[in-house]
Ligand binder design. Structure first.
Ligand code: SF4
Ligand code: SF4
Length: 447
């Protein structure tokens, strides 16, 4: 590690920079690696979410600054910003900025889902395939989300604000920056308020996000935005199916057509993911027969394409894969000790190009056509009276609170941290005020 990498990564840790696209992987760990390519992931392929586009439209220089710093830290000779070519309004500006930066270029990608999957981006940008069970670093790449790079451009400045999109059934779908720890109800108010009576939301985008009904939950530094929908919207119902239900229906209705596998983005990259085989595991509750089929879910990235687009029967192979992985974990089986770990190099499927799923078709299939509109950038002057800073806002063990009730804290002060030898980084006060509550889950501050 060079002096710059050491200093940069230690500042990233101190300022709490984590993957802001939803993953929450601490950025300092990536900055310690060595890679040939640093990739800025600007694909933002979750339908209706716009925050990365808006960051690139309003603060592009900072994203390139962050990318340059990451390149220097990991020793990358090339930086590539991958964005969908449909963003033709902002691309000329990005290309003009890239021209003035050393060894950085803009990659224009098609509007398909999931272009923002790290493995897909690595392949599109470099022609390399991340090995099965591996990470982009194994293919000489480090990948960072646009907002993560924006934050990384100010190393040492605590992450106290979050860019989010609030879309769907709200009066004014919008994208803005808010203090970490405000409630989603407050965020929805900033987007004009709910446009329906009985709302639910999908936190993190319609494909990979989770259904949320408690709008008093706080915005975290990994939140990307919410899509507000009626509670009885088919997408909400599909995403909240119980294991008992999708297993019972899947077991009786799956005709093994294998469309789920044929469209699976990881299968098309040559990884041995076969959700139609995993569907067979629904016939067995445990034992070798279950394992024989469930191993084909081990490399599933949970993109949801099979459940929300590919399956003509409306079944839920994604959830079958998620459950299969959990069962295998309990049996102490992962990819490395599974029969799929053959050591063979993956080969891209010859028709991959023709099986990319256009986002416009996906939006229609998801029943989101009515909500598919811009969420313009706004700058609401909002000073919350209270914030709740969650102790778990990253991958790794949760932070331990480092403040006590009644204590005065200033914006940017550390309110929780993890031990230096553990994966994770501190969380900070997003407003100045008094600590009102401290527990293992959150620190509450009132202004
Ligand atoms: S696409 Fe649906 S019906 Fe076909 S194999 Fe997959 S889960 Fe079964
Ligand atoms: S969710 Fe389905 S389509 Fe996506 S990676 Fe997993 S098996 Fe493949």
């Amino acid at each position: 590690m060079t002096d710059f990498s050491a200093e940069f990564s230690s500042k990233l840790r101190a300022s709490g920079v984590v993957g802001a696209g939803g993953a929450g992987f601490p950025a300092y760990v990536k900055a310690r690696g060595r890679a040939e390519y640093a990739l800025a992931n600007a694909a933002e392929c979750e339908p209706l979410l716009k925050k990365d586009q808006k960051i690139l439209e309003y603060f592009p220089e900072k994203v390139f600054d962050g990318l340059e710093m990451l390149m220097r830290a990991v020793g990358a000779g090339r930086g590539i910003l991958g964005i969908k070519k449909k963003h033709e309004r902002i691309i000329p500006r990005l290309e003009a900025i890239a021209k003035n930066r050393r060894n950085i270029s803009v990659l224009k990608m098609g509007d398909y889902y999931p272009a923002g999957d790290e493995h897909c981006l690595v392949y599109e940008a470099t022609g390399r395939i991340v090995p099965p069970g591996g990470i982009p670093l194994d293919a000489g790449c480090v990948v960072s989300n646009v907002e993560t790079l924006y934050n990384a451009a100010s190393p040492g400045t605590p992450v106290t604000e979050k860019f989010i999109t609030v879309a769907g059934a709200v009066k004014k779908p919008s994208t803005f920056r808010v203090p970490v720890g405000i409630t989603w109800a407050e965020a929805a108010e900033l987007a004009g308020g709910f446009a329906i009576k009985d709302p639910a939301a999908i936190d993190g985008g319609p494909m990979m996000g989770k259904v949320m009904t408690d709008f008093s939950a706080p915005v975290t530094r990994v939140s990307a935005g919410i899509i507000v929908l009626p509670k009885n919207h088919p997408l909400i119902l599909k995403k909240t199916q119980s294991r008992a239900l999708f297993s019972r229906v899947g077991r009786s209705a799956c005709d093994q057509c294998s469309f789920c596998t044929e469209f699976c983005p990881r299968y098309l990259l040559g990884h041995d993911v076969r959700p139609h085989r995993v569907m067979r595991s629904l016939l067995f509750s445990a034992g070798p027969e279950h394992k024989l089929n469930s191993v084909y879910g081990l490399l599933c990235c949970e993109c949801s394409l099979c459940s929300l687009y590919s399956c003509p029967e409306g079944l839920n192979p994604r959830e079958a894969c998620v459950s299969a992985k959990a069962d295998l974990r309990a049996m102490k089986t992962g990819f490395k000790n599974s029969p799929l770990n053959s050591g063979r190099a993956p080969e891209v499927h010859p028709v991959r190009e023709f099986r990319k799923v256009p986002v416009s078709k996906l939006v229609r299939r998801l029943g989101l056509d009515d909500y598919n509109k811009d969420a313009p950038w706004t700058e609401p002057a909002y000073s919350p009276a209270r914030v709740r800073i969650l102790m778990s806002q990253h991958i790794g063990p949760a932070c331990v609170p480092s403040v006590t009730e009644g204590q005065r804290v200033e914006k940017g002060a550390v309110v929780g941290d993890v031990a230096a030898d553990q994966l994770g980084c501190p969380v900070h006060a997003s407003i100045s005020g008094t600590v009102r509550a401290v527990n293992g889950k959150y620190v509450e501050i009132t202004a």
